[in-house]
Design a protein around this ligand. Structure first.
Ligand SMILES: *Cc1c(COP(=O)(O)O)cnc(C)c1O
Length: 381
């Protein structure tokens, strides 16, 4: 009834993490938007975020938004990657708003919305130094002037990104400058900037520390909710679960190859991940999971098991514990990159648990009984 490779998801932990972050940010005047792109818009995970108090959802791909809509989710969903011109119809059909930085795209969204006798809500994405996507602050005024009277377009706010491409966390001055842009647009053109979205999980330390949050009234949180960590430092966020996800692979071979190859061959890529000195592991264990399923270098293995290397379909680990035999399972903890790829991988089953039962947590490599199993799906519908 359970299959490997699979990703087990404790929905309660995701709900809990969302709730704690909402409780911390709400008194500061900041709404939480749950970002679902790393889990491909998995509807159960999206619902757990909403149940935890997220004001709405956000995703980067229209297919993920459509998946959530098909599952009956009616909450606001914002498209946080500027839409492709070829998808403006789908965006106006399914998203409550979209982030934009190009006039052509906004004009096309407006034309499509106008045809349907509706307004599409636009949030202007502002470049504040990450150098991925966004309008330069100096060009904002000219763009607003061009879109403000477009039929089918309702300008609802501004948003910015930090540490997506670069690694810079936001500082007070940058945030203050961003917040002031909301006042500038209102002063010059009139519409109330309802949403002033100050970034992703990397903006959390700023939000919790700052005494002057200005107009910023929203953060879009993915990694902090899902993995309970600060993306830039990797440190756990106090009070949050860091193990809502585990990725499990099955052993297909376990052999002592020490006599054949005196020094285990380790690929340079995974060398920095080896936490245990070379000489103590002698058993090489093959797991039926590979780069096609996840970012192998982003997996944390149980104590005493170290990664030797991986190919598209195999992962070789080393251990001095000869207890592992074919059919046993090894549980790992995925980082954001490993999680994102595993959730998108066709051959990784996604198993949702609605309640977390600590007593069912056996030794790491045993098959964990699936408590309160509510859904299994093998990849995309
Ligand atoms: C991915 C993304 C987020 C969420 O980032 P996390 O680090 O997962 O919190 C927020 N906003 C935008 C525009 C994104 O692309």
């Amino acid at each position: 009834m359970t299959f490997a490779p699979r990703i087990d998801v404790e929905l309660n932990k995701i709900r809990h993490n969302t709730r704690i972050l909402v409780q911390r940010l709400h008194p500061l005047g900041i709404n939480v938007i749950g970002v679902t792109k790393a889990v491909c818009g998995h509807p159960e995970i999206a619902k757990a975020m909403l149940a935890g108090g997220a004001r709405g959802l956000a995703d980067a791909r229209i297919c993920n938004v459509e998946r959530m809509r098909r599952a009956g989710i009616t909450a606001p969903i914002v498209m946080i990657r500027p839409p492709m011109l070829s998808q403006v119809r789908e965006v106006t059909d399914t998203c409550s708003a979209s982030y934009n930085s190009e006039f052509e795209t906004i004009a096309a969204l407006g034309a499509t919305a106008h045809e349907k006798r509706m307004d599409h809500c636009v949030i202007l994405l502002i470049e504040m130094g990450d150098l991925r996507d966004g309008i330069l602050p100096d060009d904002l005024d000219a763009l607003v002037a061009r879109i403000i009277d477009l039929p089918g377009i309702a300008l609802k706010g501004i948003a910015t990104n930090f540490a997506c491409l670069g690694r810079e966390e936001p500082d007070h001055l940058t945030m203050a400058a961003f917040s002031a842009l909301a006042d500038d647009v209102e002063g010059a053109y009139g519409p109330y900037m309802e949403t002033v979205s100050g970034g992703s999980s990397v903006s959390l330390p700023w939000a919790l520390r700052s005494f002057k949050r200005g107009r910023i009234n929203e953060l879009r949180l993915g990694e902090a909710i899902l993995l309970g960590i600060h993306p830039t430092t990797g440190n756990p966020i106090p009070g949050l679960h860091t193990d809502a996800f585990s990725l499990t692979a099955e052993v297909i071979e376990a052999k002592d190859k020490a006599s054949y190859c005196s020094r285990p061959r380790v690929s340079p890529k995974t060398m920095p991940l080896r936490l245990v000195p070379d000489h103590i592991e002698s058993i090489r264990v093959n797991l039926a999971i590979g780069y096609q399923d996840t970012d192998i270098a982003g997996l944390r293995f149980p104590e005493g098991i170290v990664l030797a290397g991986a190919t598209s379909d195999h992962t070789v680990v080393e251990t001095n514990d000869c207890g592992l035999r074919p059919g046993n399972e090894v549980n790992t903890q995925p980082n954001y990159s490993a999680l994102m790829r595993a959730m998108a991988a066709r051959d990784v089953s996604k198993v949702m648990h609605s309640a977390y039962d600590a007593s069912s947590r056996g030794p790491k490599r045993r098959i964990r009984p699936a408590t309160s199993l509510i859904a299994i799906d093998g990849g995309f519908e």
